[in-house]
Design a protein around this ligand. Structure first.
Ligand code: KG4
Ligand code: ZN
Length: 372
């Protein structure tokens, strides 16, 4: 990266789901500000994100959030060298709000705008830090692991902007399974952090919930069976009419002993972390040139998963890049950082003004695709 790049300021904007976020990042690594306006209170009563409510809230908040990000960074709009926006994948109405704001600002300031992939942005979250406390740049190739509410995937990354997907969930994302099990246990939305806290007060039963291995050499994930195991452990296994008749004839009560919520949480958390670590180990075996593990996504905030990945890294001599807590969940600092890398790789040529949002394209190739 050239000296000029190191001083460049990129504004990031993130509106893919239920966080309206803006951040200013210098040189692709030093976070000068990181503002996140969460909408959790608006979606809580529905126990999930309501797209129409999300996009309206983004429209109200995006410019105030950008203004705060500039003020916190102590810079003026005219100091910016580029604007980056998460433009895929996500809720289309929400993404369009961020894309519209980013294009409007970049147009007015006469600077390039770049749309980046939200999932790929999670992979740079472990390589950014507050100004003066940035991590060392990662070495390549690196293995990438994204564990979030919408995605659970692994990548072999040749650079911050080039990655190939080598595995993904075939059903639920791990964060989605966390949220669904939390709902079963009656925990507040979003369930992941609440389940993480509850699990620390419980005891993981042995043998635990079954891990989906899929096939001996598979790098894919599956979490829906784990969710069902947690449901049955908490509420009991549904009975067929015949089994019910036999049980009633024996005069037995409806359910055997159920696990208490804290033990379900601990047993689920243990299985979820083990399932992720199992596939990461397989991927490291398959790709021995990868001596760095880049981790990102909301579930990278999980206490047990962090612990397990660090143990794995220490045992294998792999540099595990866990994001600081503030960069685990959706944020715009990671978007600005990836935007910087994409622009630097393209000689600071922005996207065409026709750049727009895409709801469903999760990346599995180069972040430079889509260049103007
Ligand atoms: O990356 P993110 O903010 O949004 C997506 O891109 O999906 O991830 C949100 C997900 C939610 O499912 C949330 O419950 C989960 O991350 N999460 C956690 C924890 N903190 C957030 N899951 C487990 N343990 C946590 N501590
Ligand atoms: Zn995310």
């Amino acid at each position: 990266m050239s000296a000029v790049d190191a001083s460049r300021l990129v504004l990031g904007i993130e509106t893919s789901c239920d966080e309206t976020a803006a951040a200013v990042v210098r040189g692709g690594r030093a976070v000068l500000s990181n503002i996140i306006a969460s909408q959790h209170d608006l979606h809580e009563e529905y126990r999930g994100v309501v797209p129409e409510i999300a996009s309206r809230a983004h429209a109200e908040r995006v410019l105030p959030v950008v203004r705060r990000a500039l003020a916190d960074a102590g810079i003026a709009q005219r100091d910016l060298h580029a604007v980056a926006v998460g433009n895929r994948p996500g809720l289309i109405g929400s993404l369009l709000v961020g894309v519209g704001a980013a294009k409007g600002l970049a147009w007015a300031l006469g600077v390039p705008v770049v749309g980046v992939d939200h999932v790929q942005a999670h992979l740079v979250a472990g390589s950014i830090g507050p100004a003066g406390d940035e991590p060392e740049p990662a070495r390549w190739p690196a293995l990438g692991l994204v564990v979030s509410g919408g995605h659970t995937s692994m990548y072999v990354c040749d650079s911050p902007t080039r990655a190939e997907r080598i595995g993904a969930t075939i059903d639920d994302a791990v964060g989605e399974a966390y949220d669904k099990v939390a709902t079963i246990l009656g925990l507040p939305f979003p369930g992941g952090p609440a389940l993480d806290r509850l699990a620390r007060t419980g005891r993981a039963h042995r043998p635990g919930f079954p891990l989906a291995r899929i096939a001996p050499d598979s790098l894919d994930f599956s979490f829906s069976g784990l969710k069902t195991a947690a449901l049955y452990a908490f509420r009991g296994v549904p009975e067929s009419p015949q089994a019910r008749a036999r049980r009633e004839a024996r005069g037995e009560p409806e359910h055997g002993p159920m696990m208490i919520a804290a033990d379900v949480a601990a047993t689920f958390q243990e299985a979820a972390a083990s399932a992720v670590v199992l596939k990461v180990e397989r991927a490291l075996d398959r790709h021995p040139a990868c001596r760095v593990l880049l981790v990102g996504g909301g579930v990278s905030a999980n206490s047990l998963l962090r612990e397990r990945l660090l143990v794995l890294g220490a045992a294998r001599g792999v540099d595990v890049r866990l994001p600081r807590m503030e960069y685990c969940l959706d944020n715009a600092a990671m978007v600005a950082a990836l935007g910087h890398e994409v622009l630097a790789a393209r000689g600071w040529r922005g996207d065409a003004w026709s750049m727009t949002a895409s709801p469903s394209i999760a990346f599995h190739g180069s972040a430079q695709a889509g260049a103007a």
